[in-house]
Design a protein around this ligand. Structure first.
Ligand code: 9YT
Length: 129
């Protein structure tokens, strides 16, 4: 059993600045849980192109509001606090934050903790042991 506080992560390599967002990686691959968990702040007024081709992600919004646009069908999904969206088809999408949003993000397979998006909005697979 372990307990992780946000304060344990702030200011460490597991607090990652993605320009439009800041991701605090609470549980990572090395914790051997089979998934990773981030507490992520999305900056107000931003639009981020994301396409996790190598990961499934569930995102639970606990603060703020915005929308996700899935690019395969150009559908806009309004998202506000207390709603979760699941990228169950590795959906390529735009994330637009109307206000600052705070998200709990769960990734399968787990992130190693330091990933930032590449130019296509992708995280690489971490196949290190
Ligand atoms: C909600 C979302 O996908 N934000 C981008 C950052 C990512 N979730 C992360 O690494 O926390």
């Amino acid at each position: 059993m372990k307990v992780v506080s946000l304060e344990d992560v702030l200011g460490t390599e597991h607090e990652v600045d993605g320009e439009n967002w800041i991701s605090r990686r609470l549980i990572t691959k090395k914790d051997n849980m089979g998934y990773s968990v981030n507490d992520t702040i999305i900056k107000a007024g931003t639009e981020t192109h994301i396409w996790y081709q190598n990961h499934l992600e569930s995102v639970y919004c606990i603060k703020g509001e915005g929308e996700v646009v899935t690019l395969s069908d150009n559908k806009a999904w309004p998202i506000k606090a207390n709603q979760l969206y699941a990228l169950d088809k590795n959906d390529e999408h735009l994330l637009r934050a109307k206000t600052e949003m705070r998200m709990v993000c769960v990734f399968n397979p787990p992130l190693s903790g330091r990933e930032i998006h590449d130019e296509n909005g992708v995280y690489p697979v971490d196949d290190s042991e």
